[in-house]
Design a protein. Structure first.
Ligand code: ADP
Length: 442
């Protein structure tokens, strides 16, 4: 402003001097001309400033006379504000990214419980479309009376567990509301479907084991009490042997169950390892001895074994799977049946151990459930032959730990084939299928 006043004073001085020399009219004319020039220059400067205002991020125009003093501090302030804003927006973005990366779902709700924001996980959990559902009440999204009741509470000490969806889409969510900001709410969602499923499996397993143990224990303790209550000498020698045999059978069932439970537990608790070179045919021969003892000569065994075919694996685990399939074939094949055991390279790579029987077979509806723990098609027959209901679960577990597949084919009343197919990567070097199978009838 001082510059402007000085300029006006200079024009007034020039007008006064020229007026004193050339007459008053000239002096006034010079002053008027000076003021007019000042107005024109000012106008030009203002238009440059107006142009700058439209693109305010650029530095202000240079040399705009008295406006220089005004524009410089404004521009400095603007620049500082812009930097602060950028920093804040970067921080905001970082917080948003962190919220997106949370393994849990997070939503913010307005005081009327309408949706303000949610991360992708929450959108997935609740089937939300963040764009479309923003501003809509969360009660319209989660339409269950339990949630309405929970949301109506004043405070939320505990989370709410909700079962949503049906069938294959069923999921269990844990929701926790908390006050947030001014009158707003933060809701955290967690998918606990798997955890709940595992917990149910664990409970079922404990219940099944207890049930399996209770039956032989009840029978055993019943016999013991009966024998104790009987007066001395009231049982013949044959009767005593009969009772003791029944008791031994129940004790054997319990032992078998405990042994299978220990095998399962060791399969679950030991890490998967490459293992060592295992000649599967040797394991098959050992298992055959037991199978023949069980069969007591009532079945015919046929072998098609490639004696030189070796795989990488754990021999104790493989022995258990090999033995389970063989003893099952004996137990579920009536007298006179044939059991064919094969261990051969597979034409499409890898190798297959299979046990084919001409036994009772399995209904196609039951086949998918055979490897479930404690599943039996015929509980009575399984128990009577010393079954634990865990054999195939163990065989499947062992197969998976060797990158192999347990394949089951069966026709009710005609017989079954249980096979474990190992991938080529599991075969030891000689392996790759050059040997022709050697056939032996036993
Ligand atoms: P289990 O100890 O009862 O035999 P498994 O897990 O070995 O338990 O087998 C589960 C069920 O599968 C058996 O109870 C039986 O019903 C059926 N099963 C297994 N192997 C055969 C087979 N070779 N033939 C017919 N049924 C079989």
């Amino acid at each position: 402003m001082s510059k402007t006043l000085i300029t006006i004073a200079l024009w007034a001085l020039a007008g006064w001097l020229l007026g004193a020399w050339l007459g008053a009219a000239t002096g006034w004319a010079v002053l008027a001309l000076g003021l007019l020039l000042m107005v024109i220059v000012s106008g030009l400067q203002l238009s440059r400033i107006a142009h700058w205002v439209r693109n305010i991020d650029a530095p202000p125009p240079p040399s705009v006379g008295p406006w220089d003093e005004v524009l410089a501090p404004i521009y400095r302030k603007l620049k500082q504000n812009r930097l602060e804003l950028q920093e804040r927006s970067r921080n905001f973005h970082r917080v948003l990214l962190a919220a997106e990366a949370l393994p849990d779902g997070a939503l913010t709700l307005a005081p009327d419980k309408s949706l303000l924001w949610c991360n992708q996980t929450a959108a997935g959990h609740l089937g939300l479309n963040p764009e479309q559902d923003r501003g809509h009440s969360i009660l319209n999204v989660i339409r269950t009376p339990e949630f309405a009741h929970y949301a109506a509470q004043e405070t939320w000490d505990k989370p709410l567990v909700l079962h949503l969806g049906h069938g294959g889409l069923a999921r269990t969510l844990m929701l926790h509301l908390a006050p947030y900001g001014v009158g707003q709410f933060l809701m955290v969602t967690r998918d606990i479907t798997q955890i709940e499923r595992l917990e149910n499996t664990r409970k079922d397993f404990v219940a099944n084991v207890s049930h399996e143990m209770r039956t032989p224990l009840t029978v055993l303790s019943g016999f013991v009490e009966t024998l104790l209550d009987m007066p001395d000498g009231s049982l013949t020698h044959e009767e005593q042997r009969h009772y003791l045999n029944l008791m031994a059978h129940q004790a054997h069932n319990m032992q078998a169950l405990v042994a299978d439970l220990l095998t399962l537990s060791s399969l679950e608790s030991t890490p998967n390892s490459e293992g060592e070179r295992v000649m599967l045919a040797n394991l098959i021969h050992s298992a055959l001895e037991q199978a023949r003892a069980l069969s007591k000569g009532t079945h015919q065994f046929t072998l098609e074994l490639d004696e030189t075919l070796a795989i990488h694996g754990k021999d104790t685990e493989l022995a258990s799977a090999v033995g389970n399939l063989l003893t099952n074939a004996v137990r579920y094949t009536p007298t006179g049946g044939t059991i064919t055991v094969r261990w051969q390279p597979h034409p499409q790579g890898g190798a297959v151990y299979s046990v084919q029987d001409t036994g009772i077979g399995i209904d196609s509806d039951d086949i998918p459930r055979l490897t479930e723990r404690f599943f039996r098609v015929n509980r009575g027959r399984s128990r009577a032959t010393g079954g634990t209901g865990l054999g195939l679960a163990i065989a499947k577990h062992v197969a998976l730990r060797h990158d192999a597949q347990l394949e089951i084919q069966s026709t009710l009343g005609e017989g079954s084939t249980f096979a474990i197919r190992f991938p080529a990567a599991r075969l030891c070097s000689r392996a790759q299928a050059d040997a022709s199978p050697h056939t032996e009838a036993a």
